[in-house]
Design a protein around this ligand. Structure first.
Ligand SMILES: [Zn+2]
Length: 301
């Protein structure tokens, strides 16, 4: 009897050790969500990003390995707002059992400006803009949704997730303030830039720099010659100071627009993806700080 109890106690101890050593498998659709999840989950979870650093989530094609990763995950974190059009098929291919949480849930969706510059192609009039993370205020909603989703699948970790999220949300509050201050210091007449695709609408709504982009909300189609011509004329007319490259889109278009308009290349903005660990934007906070420095360097004076 005593021997059996000892054995049972030993087994229980072993199971506890195993439980602690095995982090919970969590999948994030792209690198920015993976960073939020790691910030909240710490070492209780092991996060895999399907679209890794430098990848373009708009046009991603999932692999059979992705289906296996999703099938093994306890939680799948996605942006929502129509960003990951390829995701429903992937979840189905994985067996359809994954718990999926939309990190942008609760954020008021922004719609694309119904602009008049070009009606030759079928760009998405009034389409929902998925890039809500570009406002730090929205990033806080992402973090709260991820925290609650982690608590729902792992109640034993609730205190850890709450504490980590609270600390990270305080960092995001400080970041939001830093962005506001940096933009407020820029001359009002220079708060206008060209980016490649329309990824900064939520940033504009919160912080007040206007972004004009030859490509629409997605990267899946080339802009028409007329749209590019209209932007070049707009740069000249409004003396827009800088054209920015993006880390996950083809730089040739931005270079051409800069060359033909006389605007300078302002550097690279990180729109829909982080960099690898050794790059300038390995985390969301580093990404926002990098973007703000690039914008203020190009627009101050
Ligand atoms: Zn995008």
């Amino acid at each position: 009897m005593a021997q059996r109890l000892t054995l049972a106690a030993l087994l229980a101890a072993l199971m506890t050790v195993t439980a602690r050593a095995e982090p919970i498998p969590v999948v994030a659709s792209f690198s920015i969500l993976a960073d939020f999840a790691r910030s909240v989950g710490g070492d209780r979870i092991a996060v895999t990003a399907l679209v890794g650093p430098g990848g373009d989530s708009h046009v991603y094609t999932p692999t059979p390995a992705d289906a296996r990763t999703v099938a093994a995950a306890r939680l799948v974190i996605v942006n929502g707002l129509g960003f990951e059009g390829w995701l429903p098929r992937l979840v189905k291919a994985a067996g359809g059992k994954a718990t999926v949480v939309e990190a942008a849930r609760g954020i008021a969706p922004r719609r694309a400006a119904d602009d008049d510059h070009d009606h030759d192609h079928d760009h998405d009039h009034g389409a929902i803009d998925p890039h809500a993370w570009q406002s730090v205020a929205n990033a806080k909603t992402y973090v709260v949704n991820i925290r609650d989703a982690l608590i729902a699948i792992d109640t034993a970790g609730a205190d850890t997730y709450r504490a980590n999220a609270t600390a990270y949300l305080a960092q995001l509050d400080a970041l939001d303030g830093a962005v506001r201050e940096a933009i407020a210091a820029l001359p009002a007449t220079r708060r206008k830039v060209i980016s490649s695709h329309d990824a900064f609408g939520y940033f504009t709504a919160r912080y007040g720099i206007t972004f004009i982009a030859p490509q629409g909300l997605s990267t899946d189609a080339e802009p028409s010659a007329r749209a590019v011509g209209a932007i070049i004329r707009q740069i000249k007319r409004q003396k827009i100071p800088a054209v920015f490259l993006e880390n996950m889109t083809d730089p040739r278009l931005a270079h051409r627009i800069a060359a033909e308009s006389g605007a300078r290349i302002g550097g690279t903005l990180y729109a829909d993806s982080l960099t690898a660990e050794n790059g300038p934007a390995p985390t969301y906070i580093a990404m926002v700080r990098h973007n703000i420095k690039a914008l203020t360097d190009a627009l101050s004076e």
